[in-house]
Ligand binder design. Structure first.
Ligand code: FAD
Ligand code: 2HG
Ligand code: ZN
Length: 475
């Protein structure tokens, strides 16, 4: 029997020391996702301040069969942190779990609570003369718990890996109220199954991450950046191979940018300008970094760029002269999503293919868009060094917004089918959330999907954790 709501709310409030938002006005900032795709309602918004409080909330919700939606910085792209429309789910905001519990420079690790904002963790590492490499356009507001739960990617994956690869240990509140305390600081640990892995990328469907032990790296002391016009995406892939051959692991970012993205950011984002003198069809933003202050990175860049220019792989290039130039290159890159938003409706496809197949994928899928979406303009950009493209289509000027969006599912199906033909992924770094539940069912290998349901049933038999996200049909 469910407890009556008023009594239930009192019990929840007593766990979180009264930090419970129950009025519509208080809850409003938590109920819509970043892209405004979903507008939910909640029983209440609980704001715990410790792992123990989170665990107690889950124990209560499990006993009362109340669905729970964890929320970090609410910058996710797939609606995973938004409750459904029933008004029966408890939203748990992790924002008050924001302590950095320990920084251990000699072990190259730190322990951060789930609600720490990513930029604060980067700062803490820097203060200890170390580097925490996860870097996203949303780093001023996304949280470590959200990064872990989406297995976030970003612009340094090429060198340091995705969030999953930056984790040594986790603390997780389980749906039945137990606390899994596994904040290991070990690099080597082969004691049975890697349980923490289950929670990385689980989008809050198996438990709530309350803290993490994270890897640190040597501080970056030298950086060289270039903004280069490439002949085409094939030339970009060739250039990347040469850069890695020449500069090894120093290549830390390699972002592909189409002309339209330069135009959209220059038009919509104050302070953005085209770094080159004349227009080109495709660009790459390249960054080399090193922990050695005197590493001759500009020379290494030039050694690659100059022959590429004379051979015609590159049409033009500029190397950043100082931090200001570098910041300008990155501002152009990081504001592409915002410029797209200001320009009108867009259909987003966060896909990946093997790096070697990027050029042929862009050609095939680009041709499909040109033939079938006359009211859209392709803005395919992103982490080319990881084979991850944001294969987005923006509403063309003057196009009818509603008619354009209405064809979203058909367009998505065609693009995802092509991704499958290229042995790619329909969710490279943003996750499944609520948005791609059907797509996961369609494209995941059947045995893999079955195992996911098995894991879900084992950890969350009552189906209270983020119901309807990633997998449906639980309980
Ligand atoms: P939320 O949006 O709050 O939540 C995301 C999911 O995680 C939800 O399912 C939620 O229920 C779950 N969750 C949150 N906290 C916890 C927790 N403690 N325990 C269990 N589950 C939890 N993503 C990339 O990967 N690469 C990029 O380059 C990138 N760039 C971006 C740029 C911009 C401008 C924006 C707005 C977003 C970008 N993102 C990017 C997407 C987003 O920032 C990431 O997915 C990020 O990791 C989400 O973190 P969050 O704290 O905002 O999570
Ligand atoms: C990025 O790389 C983000 O900028 C957002 O992952 C991508 O808006 C998008 O499609
Ligand atoms: Zn991205």
């Amino acid at each position: 029997m469910s407890a009556p709501p008023a009594r239930l709310l009192e019990r929840i409030a007593s766990i979180v020391g009264g930090r419970l938002l129950t009025s519509a006005a208080q809850q409003q900032p938590f109920l819509t996702d970043h892209r405004a795709l979903y507008h939910g309602r909640a029983l209440a918004v609980a704001q715990p301040e410790s792992a123990e409080q989170v665990a107690q909330l889950l124990a209560l919700c499990n006993a009362e069969r109340i669905g729970v939606v964890p929320q970090g910085g609410n910058t996710g792209y797939c609606g995973g942190a938004t409750p459904d429309e029933s008004g029966a789910q408890l939203l748990i905001s992790l924002a008050r779990l924001k302590r950095i519990r320990a920084v251990d420079p000699l072990n190259d690790s730190l322990i951060a609570e789930a609600g720490c904002v990513l930029a604060d963790v980067q700062r803490a590492a820097d203060e200890a003369q170390r580097f925490f490499p996860l870097s996203l356009g949303s780093q001023g507001s996304c949280q470590i718990g959200g990064n872990l739960s989406t297995n976030a990617g970003g612009v340094h994956v090429l060198r340091y890996g995705m969030m999953r690869e930056l984790v040594l240990g986790l603390e997780v509140a389980l749906p039945d109220g137990r606390l899994l305390s596994s904040l290991s600081r070990l690099r080597k640990d082969n004691t049975g199954y890697d349980i923490k892995s289950l929670f990385l990328g689980a989008e809050g469907t198996l438990g709530i991450i309350t803290a993490a032990s994270l890897k640190l790296f040597p501080r970056i002391r030298a950086t060289a950046s270039a903004f280069a016009a490439v002949r085409d995406p094939e030339a970009a892939v060739e250039l990347l191979a040469r850069l890695r051959e020449n500069s090894a692991e120093r290549v830390s970012s390699f972002e592909l940018i189409p002309r339209l993205a330069v135009e959209l950011t220059s038009r919509h984002i104050p302070g953005v300008r085209d770094p080159l003198d004349s227009p080109h069809r495709w660009y790459v933003l390249i960054e080399l970094t090193s922990a050695r202050a005197r590493d001759p990175l500009d020379e290494m860049l030039s050694e690659c760029l100059e022959p590429a220019l004379s051979e015609g792989l590159l049409e033009d290039a500029v190397i950043a002269r100082n931090a200001r130039d570098r910041a300008d290159f990155w501002k152009l890159r990081e504001t592409i999503p915002e410029a797209q938003r200001r320009d009108g409706a867009s259909l987003k496809h966060d896909i990946s293919v093997p790096v070697a197949a990027i050029a042929s994928f862009i050609e095939r899928a680009g041709q499909w868009v040109a033939d079938n979406v006359p009211d859209g303009r392709l803005v395919a950009y992103g982490h080319a060094g990881d084979g991850n493209l944001h294969f987005n289509i923006n509403q063309a000027p003057g196009a009818d917004r509603a008619a354009f969006l209405a064809r979203g599912e058909t367009i998505q199906r065609a693009i995802h089918d092509l991704v499958r033909q290229f042995d790619g992924s329909i969710s490279a770094e943003h996750g499944i959330g609520r948005l791609k539940v059907g797509e996961l069912e369609r494209y995941a290998p059947p045995v893999e999907l079955e195992l996911m349901h098995t894991v879900k049933r084992a950890l969350d038999p009552n189906g209270i954790m983020n119901p309807g996200k990633v997998l449906r049909g639980h309980p």
